[in-house]
Design a protein around this ligand. Structure first.
Ligand code: CTP
Length: 400
């Protein structure tokens, strides 16, 4: 989400400045380009060298560097997509509120137009002081955004509001900030993915070879396009790195059903890509089954058709299902689209060339409820996810 975003980080002189080392690491890890400006007081709390190594850029502390070159604050302000000032002390806040300009950080702030985000950090009484609160209101009225201080133990030993927001929470704030212009900003999306395991006894289960890669790639794309994503994931070995995705891990079809139903009403987009087991053992043995007999017969009963139930309960959601077929792809997929009351179905033809399970590639055809059929070339699941999410984005306005 922060890939190639230019973040100018301004650090002022508070004890919480040490947290900025971690913040810079998180920003760089997310693909952001980071430049750092320190006030002279901040350099007492964290060294420019540390920040320079972590940000891979020279850190600016003065109007002129050691070689007497001018650090052009106007250029810095223009370079940045966002000027993030944290920790913001009461002193710098007061200067920002009143247009003072006695450091390169403040000169850069005055040159930045409507793109400054601040995360204050102060002791309890300082943060609550009417002047501080008034100054915060004042800089908000200038178009600046505030990441409120958090509650907890403060440097003074007091407990209360005033701690600098944790770097992880600042990252979430920035992600939302950059999502505002994305096509799915403000939309909620639910994705289910992966296999389900249906217990036979405490150690055995019936499962399938689904890796969950396709659904995870879709969840990731939806998040990249600005949606607030909940991913209900069956037992998959895949790790979900994106902290903006709300991950719910489940094992069985029943657990997946419950999780999906619980979140369904609030959603704008719902993608059911999970390889849900169609049948489960009627009786789950409480103890491990011993191999006493030559044969073992298991009676299987149908699981709930999650997508089918979601289709019946559909109100305004855009509902997307998958169809995996070995023959009559378009015919069978179209029937599923109609029977399950879907808006879009993503059809996979399983063949020797297109071994969907576990592989990193796939070939799909998208059919929508207006009978539009679109074929896509064989591609990586990552690119296929991009096609699917782009299709959803263009489809949503047409939804009736
Ligand atoms: N699905 C589901 N719950 C189930 C079975 C399937 O939600 N118990 C969903 C899958 O996530 C997929 C779609 O239904 O999006 C198609 O699944 P598939 O098993 O191919 O279709 P079925 O309707 O079960 O038909 P059949 O197996 O007979 O082809």
């Amino acid at each position: 989400m922060l890939n190639n975003k230019k973040i100018l980080l301004g650090i002022t002189g508070g004890i919480a400045a040490y947290k900025c080392a971690h913040l810079v690491r998180l920003l760089v890890k997310q693909g952001a380009e980071v430049k750092v400006i320190l006030t002279p007081a901040a350099a007492e709390f964290i060294t420019p060298q540390t920040l320079s190594v972590l940000s891979k850029n020279t850190v600016i502390t003065q109007f002129f560097d050691a070689n007497n070159n001018w650090n052009n604050h106007v250029k810095l302000a223009q370079w940045a997509d966002v000027f993030l000032i944290t920790p913001l002390t009461a002193n710098t806040l007061a200067k920002m509120a009143n247009g003072l300009c006695d450091s390169v950080l403040l000169a850069t702030y005055l040159s930045s137009k409507n793109k400054t985000i601040v995360a204050p950090a102060m002791d309890l009484e300082m943060y609550q002081h009417p002047t501080t609160q008034q100054n915060l209101q004042k800089i908000t009225s200038f178009g600046n955004l505030i990441i409120p201080a958090e509650t907890g133990e403060l440097a003074s030993g007091l407990v209360g509001e005033g701690r600098m927001a944790e770097p992880e929470n600042i990252m979430v704030f920035l992600t939302h900030f950059f999502s505002r212009n994305l096509p799915l900003y403000g939309k909620k999306a639910l994705v289910n993915a992966g296999p389900t395991y249906e217990a036979i006894d405490p150690v055995r289960f019936i499962g399938n070879r689904s890796s969950g890669k396709m659904g995870i790639a879709i969840a990731q794309k939806l998040s990249e396009f600005g949606a607030e994503v909940t991913l209900v994931l069956g037992p998959s070995a895949q790790e979900i790195e994106n902290k903006n995705i709300h991950l719910i891990r489940v094992q069985s079809a029943d657990e997946m059903y419950n999780a999906c139903l619980q979140h369904y009403n609030l959603q704008n987009i719902v993608v059911c890509s999970a390889a849900v087991a169609d049948y489960k053992p009627e009786i789950v043995s409480a103890q491990k089954i011993k191999k006493t007999d030559e044969t073992l017969t298991l009676k299987l009963i149908k699981t709930k058709d999650i997508l089918g139930v979601l289709g019946k309960q559909k109100t305004t959601q855009c509902l997307i299902g998958f169809a995996l077929e070995t023959e009559n792809l378009i015919d069978y997929a179209t029937k599923k689209l109609k029977n399950k009351n879907l808006d879009i179905i993503v059809a996979n033809a399983v063949s020797e060339q297109n071994n969907v399970f576990g592989s990193d590639s796939n070939k799909i055809t998208i059919i929508d409820k207006h009978n539009k059929i679109t074929n896509f070339e064989f591609n990586t699941k990552h690119n296929i996810a991009n096609h699917i999410v782009n299709y959803i984005i263009s489809y949503i306005p047409k939804q009736t």
